[in-house]
Design a protein around this ligand. Sequence first.
Ligand SMILES: Nc1ncnc2c1ncn2[C@@H]1O[C@H](COP(=O)(O)OP(=O)(O)O)[C@@H](O)[C@H]1O
Ligand SMILES: [Mg+2]
Length: 292
Amino acid sequence: MGLLMRLCRRSYATKITDHQAAVMARSLPKRQALPGVKNIIVVASGKGGVGKSTVAANFACSLAKLGARVGLLDGDIFGPSIPLLMNLHSEPRVNDKNLMLPPQNYNVKCLSMGMLTPPDGAIIWRGPLVMSAIQRLLKGADWSPLDVLVIDTPPGTGDVHLSLTQHAPITGVILVSTPHKAAVDVTIRGAEMYHKLKVPIFGLVENMRYSICDNCQHRLEFFKQQTEITHDKLPKTLISLPLDAHIAECGESGVPIVIKHSDSEHAKLFNQLAGHIWGLLQNGEPNEAKIK
Ligand SMILES: Nc1ncnc2c1ncn2[C@@H]1O[C@H](COP(=O)(O)OP(=O)(O)O)[C@@H](O)[C@H]1O
Ligand SMILES: [Mg+2]
């Protein structure tokens, strides 16, 4: 064996000792519970535009209608949607402990970078600043008391997701995906990341597989090859939402569909999702074994 190869082997094959592992663990941030917040649920997906924020806002409002005390944190620092979806545009007030008081609508306390920056101002930040912004929204606010804090996230598995999983004890993740392959592939990568970080996944919300005609109720399938997202690496599908003009309109007008058309079939699907997860939370801390 050549000298170079032997040297390389030696330097890379060195085992991490228990002492080194302990030192490395000490430098990692500790997951700290948020005072007065019982559960944290992250809404995530690999892709943008698949409906994460729409799902997060409607899910939060549905939970609140079930009687849960709910907060909604907009973790999308560069593209905040929650101010528009929840019709909350004013700056949060600050209490005597210098904590922000999340403004409330539809019985949901909300906080977003969009409430703290002018709408036309570009945010040009590197990773560490993004992470500190997330920390500020999480820990620099008086969220208490909450049964559930829902966190809407940006696409991907980047700084925001890592920062959240490192700092906050996440109860579980709801993944959102459309059925097209490009979205499914990155959603699988996202699922694998949460799996590695030992964060339980509640399941998948499938969005925009079909639409239903308002006049004749005909169901139009956009992805004819498969009947559902059945990739074995994906978590189970919790609900499948249609592509529907009312869902989009409600988003644009700042009144989520579960509030504006509370008896619609779409509202029922969101209520089903909220009821399922609220039931799991009330039966104790979910773990992966219980969720599957
Ligand atoms: N099921 C749906 N039917 C119609 N429009 C939808 C649906 N889900 C999301 N949209 C619309 O698609 C756009 C992107 O949704 P959004 O929730 O912002 O996605 P993301 O947060 O993943 O980027 C928004 O205009 C939203 O109103
Ligand atoms: Mg979004």
